[in-house]
Design a protein around this ligand. Structure first.
Ligand code: AMP
Ligand code: ZN
Length: 463
């Protein structure tokens, strides 16, 4: 039973077959020129869900996500001052991290910034020029020659034989009617002020697309398993990434391309340019808690559009409450104790059925109906007082396991059972008496339950 994901490249669901012993995954990260909106977070939460599910399947995952801290929009907003750029991009990256943390998104293993990788981008561009895939123009810019890559269009399936492609395009973003040679390096313009870097072609700055090719190559190598992004990035950004990377390395680049559909508002894509966006804090201020918001973002399949409105948020709230009420019932009965044998947990019917649903391209609608059917069945058993303590500790463990993927059932506060509290006291005493073996034994016990205990100068921290 393997995970199948819809590959935008082959337009089919495909089995995930890792290239090596660990899954290498790249996702396009935030452009840090403003606070991210909840539409951006639909994509980021999805990348996180995918990574968490891969971990649930026991895969070791290396996840890299770039931060775009240089592009047309950023230069405009910084009025061409590098000092402004540094302050602004730092500020909005912090804002991204804060919201990501509230939404229980684990930061990827590496989060490289574009401006820290200018040398890598220059090297890649030099390689492309050397191999005849790129050319310099009189003003000191460099363009990728799309005619030089016969598979250009392989992802977006654009038939560009019908279009004239004599022009060059310098904008970072453009639509499918502008299939032209695109900028890898942009020569310095007056408006760029002091935002520029030296290069073999003169002062300037990189285009947007080259950053993801350079950084994925550096951190994941020329070939890796999964590339994800929001659906709006499929063309031109991802098409251009493929062209640059394949032409530079002669390798196939990413095997699976996974795209997350848009979050809509009143039927239109939520975006800064349409000025129809809400931030996470805007929605919290409306009275929704972060677990409900995360649940709303993940509860439909990632390949479907979803609309942000009160009806949908309220129904997410009620659905999640049903799961949480059930969790609390089980928690009471099990006294917060959980079964620790992972094999036993993975073989429960709940987990087996959840896995079948999720293995089908992360089919969240199916996965949630598995959970709700289970709740219905077990609630009857609980009402009749037919559930034993032994069954309840296994159920609690299975629910915790599912929540390691969904991240919505438990609040950030950790509920400790009476026994847990006693053990923590015992561990404190063991540490006082320098009985390190017992202290470690107790720490390990909690680790297996998914609770980390750190000792700090200020006391113990439970995560
Ligand atoms: P940006 O910060 O504009 O570079 O976008 C960051 C990520 O958010 C990209 O993967 C985009 O595809 C994604 N994104 C932007 N708007 C939306 C939306 N309305 N729904 C889902 N994803 C989005
Ligand atoms: Zn990218």
């Amino acid at each position: 039973m393997t995970l199948k994901l819809y590959n935008s490249l082959s337009k089919k669901k495909e089995d995930l077959k890792p290239l090596k012993n660990k899954i290498k995954m790249y996702s396009c990260g935030p452009t840090v020129y403003d606070n991210p909106h909840i539409g951006n977070f639909r994509s980021f939460v999805f990348f996180d869900l995918l990574k968490k599910y891969l971990n649930f399947l026991n895969f070791d995952v290396q996840h890299v996500m770039n931060v775009t801290d240089i592009d047309d929009k950023i230069i405009n907003k910084c009025c061409g001052k590098i000092k402004n750029l540094e302050l602004m991009t730092k500020k909005y990256f912090e804002s991204f991290k804060n919201d990501a943390n509230k939404l229980k998104i684990d930061l990827p293993n590496q989060v490289p910034f574009a401006t820290d990788h200018i040398d890598e981008m220059i090297n890649l561009i030099e390689k492309l020029i050397l191999k005849g895939h790129a050319y310099k123009t009189e003003d000191g810019s460099v363009f990728f020659k799309i005619d030089s890559f016969k598979n250009y269009g392989m992802l977006s399936k654009i038939d560009f034989s019908q279009l004239s492609k004599t022009d060059r395009i310098k904008n970072d973003e453009y639509d499918k009617n502008s299939i032209n040679d695109f900028a890898l390096w942009k020569s310095r313009k007056v408006n760029d002020g002091d935002i520029f870097w030296n290069s073999p072609w003169g002062n300037g700055r990189p285009g947007w697309h080259i950053e993801c090719s350079a950084m994925s190559l550096k951190y994941l190598g020329a070939q890796f398993d999964i590339h994800c992004g929001g659906i709006d990035l499929l063309f031109p950004h991802h098409e251009n990434e493929i062209a640059q990377s394949v032409c530079a390395t002669n390798k196939t680049f990413a095997k699976l391309w996974v795209h997350c559909e848009h979050l809509l508002i009143n039927g239109s894509k939520m975006s800064k340019s349409l000025n129809n966006f809400y931030t996470l804090n805007d929605i919290i201020k409306k009275g929704y808690n972060v677990n409900t918001i995360r649940f709303f973002l993940i509860s439909s399949s990632y390949s479907h559009k979803i609309d942000l409105n009160d009806v949908n948020l309220n129904s997410s709230n009620s659905a999640l409450k049903r799961i949480q009420d059930f969790y609390n019932r089980i928690f009471e009965l099990s006294k917060g104790d959980v079964e620790i044998d992972n094999n036993k947990i993975m073989n429960t019917q709940l987990i087996v059925d959840f896995k079948i649903a999720m293995n089908d391209n992360l089919n969240m609608s199916k996965a949630l109906s598995v959970i709700f059917n289970y709740i219905k069945k077990i609630n009857i058993k609980l009402d009749k007082k037919q559930m034993t303590y032994k069954e309840s500790i296994l159920t609690l463990a299975a629910l915790n396991k599912i929540d390691e993927v969904l991240g919505v059932i438990r609040s950030s506060e950790i509920k400790l059972s009476k026994n847990d509290k006693k053990l923590i006291e015992e561990r404190n005493l063991a540490r006082k008496n320098k009985n390190w073996d017992r202290a470690d034994e107790i720490r390990l016990f909690f680790k297996k339950k998914g609770i980390d205990i750190d000792d700090s100068e200020a006391g113990i921290i439970i995560k």
